[in-house]
Ligand binder design. Structure first.
Ligand code: GSH
Ligand code: NAG
Length: 242
């Protein structure tokens, strides 16, 4: 359990933070967690992909046109890991919850593995889900498994990636306890075998047991529906597009 109560920032008189999100995006939930840990109030503005992209999203993140985007009283920040760093640097000190480690070497390591987890584990898993051809799928699963082996090594002997408390890398890997199972189910693959990845499996349990974490996860059946529809669409058009 996270032995931590977020500070009360109600009196700071600041405009409420907004995050542009989509209901199913694993990249968006990590921002909510960070803001909650910092004790900051925020509003969610949902994109409805069935209606195309909103003016607000196109204007806020013209380069990528992707969620999440953080709107902080006229300041616009896109890219989830960049947003996490912004939040951590802007609201730091005192009794504010630190996300990144203090030590420069540990910070660099956390950033490295966060980038790796997104590039290799998220997209590796999704690529394996999308693969149609049996041989191609088998290869994609093997590659994803190899990537998860590196994460397993990072968490070995620790409760959380950041130590005894959750931090930046835990938030970035925070899709694993919830979305990974959905991807496995809808994509017809198995990645997180408890025997192959005992430490990661235990970490997933510890992480999801934290109430502040659990309450931000989107409903599982919604993710299953979304993933099913998306996968059948992708398989019938160009493969391997996340
Ligand atoms: N690297 C980005 C990835 C964000 C991302 O892929 N967002 C997806 C939703 S899960 C999105 O907005 N997709 C819309 C699109 O690709 O057109 C981040 O970390 O923020
Ligand atoms: C998911 O799909 C099932 C079957 O089509 C449907 O009954 C259910 O209401 C859907 N759930 C959500 C959250 O969309």
């Amino acid at each position: 359990m996270l032995d931590y109560t977020a500070p009360n920032n109600e009196n700071t008189n600041m405009a409420k933070l907004k995050i542009i999100v989509s209901a199913t995006s694993l990249f968006c939930t990590r921002i909510e967690w960070a803001l909650k840990l910092k004790g900051l109030e925020y509003e969610l503005t949902f994109e409805d992909w069935s209606k195309g992209k909103s003016e607000l999203l196109l204007k806020s993140n013209p380069a990528h046109k992707k969620v999440p985007v953080l709107l902080d009283d006229g300041i616009v920040i896109a890219e989830s890991k960049v947003i996490l760093e912004y939040i951590d640097e802007k609201w730091k000190g005192g009794d504010l919850y630190p996300l990144l480690p203090q030590d420069p070497c540990e910070r660099a390591q956390a950033r490295f593995w966060a980038q790796f987890a997104d590039d290799k584990c998220v997209f590796g898993t999704w690529g394996a889900c999308c693969a149609d051809d049996a041989l191609e799928k088998e290869k994609a699963v093997e590659t994803a498994l190899e990537s998860f082996t590196y994460l397993e090594k990072q968490i070995e002997g620790k409760k959380f990636f950041a130590g005894d408390k959750i931090g930046y890398l835990d938030l970035v890997a925070g899709w694993i306890p919830h979305w990974l199972g959905v991807m496995e189910e809808t994509g017809g693959i198995k990645i997180l075998d408890p025997e192959r990845f005992p430490s990661l499996h235990e970490w997933a349990q510890n992480f999801i047991d934290i109430p502040l974490i659990k309450e931000c996860y989107p409903p599982r059946d919604m993710l299953v529906n979304y993933s099913t529809v998306l996968l059948s669409y992708l398989r019938s058009s160009t493969p391997n597009k996340p």
